[in-house]
Design a protein around this ligand. Structure first.
Ligand code: AMP
Ligand code: MN
Ligand code: MN
Ligand code: MN
Length: 287
């Protein structure tokens, strides 16, 4: 069976490995087809593609776009995008400008709780200075001894109602899906189990997403508990969405490793069905 992992991060966003090392790790883990999906930036794709050509792994150009929908943050993964497409590039650039200002406000909010120097600290942790995010703040808070681990960093800081959380308006669902489609890509709702929506709100999101031309939803992700896989596989089928699989790998030792998730349930229609990139692998592997 092909090992396909369509969600991971490099240090171009909030992962820790450079893009080429993410690809090397995926290859070493037995991944055949990998999508690099950094938050709001595509700057790692060229290096990742070069590394993929050395390993025989197939790289799918991807991105994970931050969206505000119905007052909540939702992540939309774009797969098989053209990362040079001007509309997509301009849209992502706008999101990154907003991130810089947001990170400064997060630092000010933490300072009001007596934690000083957080913005500068998080900034030092970010390889891409346009992409300072909550994960960089979390790593700094842990390193400074303000909290024991990443989980508690998000639990006691950086989430709604806690120091370091500031409201932020990301782009619209319509923009994110529109840019992905304009660049020739497929839009996929990331880790649906992570959002604080009730069933009705989630159904509204899936309907709105479908109406905009969204095509897929993550069923198997590092963010879902195994007990949730069936629920999202059923939702995918009920809403006519294809199913995706991705570890959402960020760093060795943090969460699930690349390519180390179970297969999609057999009744799912995978997002990769019909992709020409997969043919090379099928022709190589005996059936
Ligand atoms: P941002 O885009 O700056 O809001 O940061 C969001 C990122 O924070 C996500 O992509 C995850 O990598 C990370 N994150 C969010 N919640 C948690 C959590 N509870 N534990 C660990 N990482 C988290
Ligand atoms: Mn992340
Ligand atoms: Mn995400
Ligand atoms: Mn992600």
């Amino acid at each position: 069976m092909l090992n396909i992992d369509l969600h991971c991060h490099s240090n171009v966003s909030d992962g820790v490995l450079p893009p080429a090392e993410v690809v090397a790790r995926a290859a070493a883990n037995g991944v055949h087809v990998l999508a690099l999906t950094d938050h709001d930036d595509v700057a790692g794709l060229a290096d990742a593609q070069a590394a993929a050509e050395e390993t025989g792994l197939t790289l799918i150009p991807g991105v994970e776009i931050s969206v505000t929908w119905s007052g909540q943050t939702v992540h939309i993964v774009g797969l098989r995008i053209d990362h040079a497409h001007p509309e997509l590039a301009a849209g992502l650039h706008g999101i990154r400008l907003g991130r810089i200002e947001r990170a400064q406000r997060m630092g000010e909010d933490l300072a009001r709780s007596g934690i000083v120097g957080a913005y500068e600290g998080a900034y030092d942790y970010a390889a891409n200075k346009q992409m300072v995010g909550r994960t960089h703040f979390a790593r700094w808070l842990v390193a400074q001894g303000h909290t024991p681990d990443m989980r508690s960093a998000f639990r006691h800081f950086l989430t709604r109602g806690n120091p370091g959380y500031v409201e932020h308006q990301w782009t619209s669902l319509e923009n994110a899906v529109g840019w992905i489609r304009a660049s020739g890509g497929m839009a996929v709702i990331a880790h649906p189990g992570r959002y604080a929506f009730n069933a009705r709100e989630l159904h509204l999101l899936l309907d709105a997403f479908r109406a905009l031309g969204g095509e897929g939803i993550e069923v198997i992700t590092g963010s879902h508990h195994p007990s949730e896989y069936g629920k999202f596989a059923d939702l995918a089928r009920a809403f006519g969405l294809k199913a995706s699989r991705g570890a959402d790998f960020h760093a060795p030792g943090e969460g699930i490793d690349i390519g180390r998730l179970p297969a999609l349930p057999h009744y799912c229609q995978p997002v990769w069905q019909g992709w020409p990139e997969l043919e090379a692998h099928f022709s190589l592997s005996p059936t």
